[in-house]
Design a protein around this ligand. Structure first.
Ligand code: PEP
Length: 252
């Protein structure tokens, strides 16, 4: 059975003190995360160890990095690579977020290398895909997303693809307040699962969690998460508010 996941993406926000306070308030509100569900905090690199320590003893919670280098090691000032993240026990890493594709020019080829390096160091990729507004308006969103998934993930074997969590994040819904309707989300999630099924077979496709991201809030989470192929959410803005995010986690 695939997992239901709520993942907070803090992006480049919060001091470590503010972050710890936020985690504390969220944990107080939700109390516990049952088996089969997982709560993930994708935090800035310098906070990973401290937030991991804070989560110790809280079952089914983990920390994600927000990025990983596409280079293995060596003279690349400022980069953070797979073995470093592994050495601080990072369980997940976000790869292919639209902000990185847009501002840091990450191509499908680059995200493919990142996926490989994450897996080499036993870190599960939280792989983001999603189309811009003009592609949605032209009606070619499925082909656009298929290309992202195929070019960055379809070289993986059946064992490794099941270590990946996919996040469908339509770019027009990220940080804009616009949310895909639950029907639009379900339609794309089912299409991604069918694509996975055509390559890896039904059983493998059924094991892969596909999260929705794009202006998930307390007031729309339950409806989105009730969709058959929506296995939770990757949440930006609303994850910075303890009460709002706790409500999203409870909607899983
Ligand atoms: C994100 O950045 O992954 C995201 C979904 O942001 P927001 O929830 O703010 O739209």
């Amino acid at each position: 059975m695939r997992k239901k996941i709520a993942a907070a993406n803090w992006k480049m926000n919060l001091t470590i003190q503010e972050g710890k306070e936020l985690v504390n308030s969220i944990l107080n509100e939700i109390q516990s995360i049952p088996e089969g569900k997982e709560l993930i905090f994708a935090v800035p690199f310098p906070y990973i160890t401290e937030i991991e320590t804070q989560l110790k003893g809280h079952q089914n919670t983990s920390v994600a990095a927000q990025n990983i280098s596409n280079l293995k090691a060596g003279a690349y000032t400022g980069e953070v690579c797979g073995f470093m993240l592994q050495s601080i026990a990072t369980k997940y890493v976000i790869i292919g977020h639209s902000e990185r594709r847009m501002y840091f020019h990450e191509t499908n080829e680059v995200t493919k290398s990142k996926v490989d390096l994450a897996l080499e160091y036993k870190i599960s990729p939280l792989f983001c895909c999603g189309e811009p507004l003009e592609i949605r308006e032209s009606g070619s969103q499925n082909e656009f997303v298929y290309k992202q998934v195929e070019e960055s993930l379809f070289h993986l074997d059946a064992e490794n693809i099941q270590k990946v969590v996919i996040a469908y994040e339509p770019i027009w819904a990220i940080g804009t307040g616009l949310t895909a309707s639950s029907e639009q989300a379900q339609e794309m999630h089912a299409a991604i699962r069918n694509l996975l099924s055509s390559k890896y077979g039904h059983n493998v496709a059924e094991n892969i969690s596909i999260l929705y991201g794009g202006s998930v809030k307390a007031n729309n989470a339950a409806e989105l998460f009730a969709m058959k192929d929506v296995d939770g959410g990757l949440v930006g803005g609303a994850s910075l508010d303890a009460h709002e995010f706790a409500a999203i986690v409870k909607a899983l």
